[in-house]
Design a binder for this molecule. Structure first.
Ligand code: 2IT
Length: 447
């Protein structure tokens, strides 16, 4: 297998699918050497098979806004690979959603889910619907219309969606309501991220951010460092950023930034509980404006329009917003200002140039498929609770999440330790995830 040959074929076949091609290239570069040591992989044409989704569903969604005006959006579900378990992965509602974006996210999800140690295949879905500025009633009608089509693609042993950007607990509630109405089944087990009174798991909302910080703790421990007293720059103010801010603060670090689509807030003395709670209000207001934090707490936060979190001096950078949000230029600014660790809370948050720069400077870098896997891992734990009709305490879930993140870190170390003793977490995560899925595909024959 030669990465460049395969990429040339994919580029010709899928021109313009830049996020998908970027994600595939990164994985192929990482696994090329290991792959070529396994003739059975080449014989079964694993690479050619693993880069293609099993199937993609596309559907029209028509709904009416509060003024009665009719809108049409496109909905998708990309079922990427089910070799190790039923399809599992989030739904993203964002105006920039395209098949390329969901193919990249589905592809990443395959390897991320493999790393969690739980039996889950990879999928992703969503719509180009823009929730910002919409009323709760409009969001409900959109979710209901979306589920009228999605229901044909999913099932508790088939495909179990959850949230992602633009889809949180409120949306999962509306989606589950319509699933229950049409199927005449409760739906426990067909979606994760559910409410606590109808089958949700304690700690699922916090899990991506908590898991990210548990991963950071493992990385730091291995490098002989401590998170206490570290300045942490976070981007985003959604679910992942919120969980990360809680746990970083609890561990004695100081969260000095959050950000939104249009600018960032600097918080020189570190975020506090009141501000963390306000992040939840910012999300539920449907305004999607991070400036609200500086308006609400003028003495504690300052808003910079058009700026990113990466201009502020910090020890640890945690991109928690969107793919490709951290460029090579940003990486250079961060390192010049003293940053020595970056772990992705978002999927593919760093551009390839940023990753290479970080690694060339000895910055400890954790790729999203390892460092943000705590979210989907806890979705897996929600599925276990649903299947056995029980619910675990917060402490029980937390212990399991911690142990999964430790395990993911160990897999990265196993496959990513370099001859000079340093750890390439990108390589480690990609090879560990790939080996598991490839082995499962071979053992199940040509399907
Ligand atoms: O990117 C992700 O891992 C998620 N959006 C969570 C997926 C899930 O099924 O919990």
């Amino acid at each position: 297998m030669k990465t460049n040959d395969i990429m040339a074929r994919l580029e010709a076949k899928y021109p313009g699918e830049s996020e998908y091609l970027q994600a595939v290239r990164e994985v192929l570069q990482s696994v090329e050497e290991t792959y070529n040591q396994h003739p059975e992989f080449e014989k079964a044409k694993i690479i050619e098979r693993i880069v293609e989704p099993d199937r993609i569903f596309t559907f029209r969604i028509t709904w009416a806004d509060d003024n009665g005006e009719v809108h049409t959006n496109i909905g998708y579900r990309v079922q990427f690979n089910s070799a190790i378990g039923p399809y599992k992965g989030g739904l993203r509602f964002h105006p920039s959603v395209t098949p390329s974006m969901l193919k990249f996210l589905g592809f990443e999800q395959v390897f991320k889910n493999a790393l969690t140690t739980l039996p889950m295949g990879g999928a992703k879905g969503g719509s180009d619907f823009d929730p910002s500025g919409r009323s709760d009633a409009e969001i409900m009608r959109f979710c209901q219309a979306y589920m009228q089509e999605l229901i044909n693609c999913i099932g508790p042993d088939q495909d179990i969606p959850a949230g992602d950007v633009g889809v949180g607990g409120r949306e999962i509630g509306f989606l589950n309501g319509m699933y229950r109405k049409i199927s005449r089944q409760h739906g426990t087990g067909v979606l994760t991220g559910k409410g606590l009174t109808w089958g949700g798991s304690l700690l699922r909302p916090e899990a991506t951010g908590f898991g990210l910080l548990y991963f950071v703790e493992n990385v730091l421990k291995k490098a002989g460092k401590d998170i206490k007293g570290c300045r942490v720059a976070i981007s985003g103010f959604g679910n992942v950023a919120w969980g990360a801010a809680i746990k970083a603060t609890e561990l004695g670090a100081k969260v000095v930034t959050i950000s939104g689509r249009k600018g960032m807030c600097e918080i020189p003395n570190g975020i506090d509980q009141e501000m963390i709670d306000y992040m939840l209000e910012m999300r539920s207001s449907n305004r999607h404006n991070v400036e609200d934090m500086a308006i609400r707490f003028p003495d504690k936060a300052k808003y910079y329009a058009g700026e990113k979190s990466w201009r502020v001096a910090c020890d640890i950078a945690l991109p928690c917003a969107f793919q490709n949000e951290l460029s090579e230029e940003d990486a250079k600014t961060l390192v010049a200002n003293g940053c020595w660790c970056c772990c992705e809370g978002s999927n593919m948050g760093c551009q390839p140039g940023a990753i290479h720069y970080f690694q060339s400077q000895g910055v400890l870098f954790g790729p999203g498929k390892a460092s943000n896997a705590g979210g989907v891992a806890t979705s897996g734990l929600e599925m276990v609770q649903n299947a056995s009709h029980i619910s675990w305490s917060k402490e029980e879930v937390d212990i399991k999440l911690k142990s999964i993140m430790r395990d993911i870190h160990e897999q990265c170390v196993k496959y990513g330790t370099q001859p000079d003793g340093s750890i390439d977490y990108v390589k480690g995560a990609n090879i560990a995830g790939f080996m598991k899925v490839a082995t499962a595909m071979i053992e199940q024959g040509l399907v």
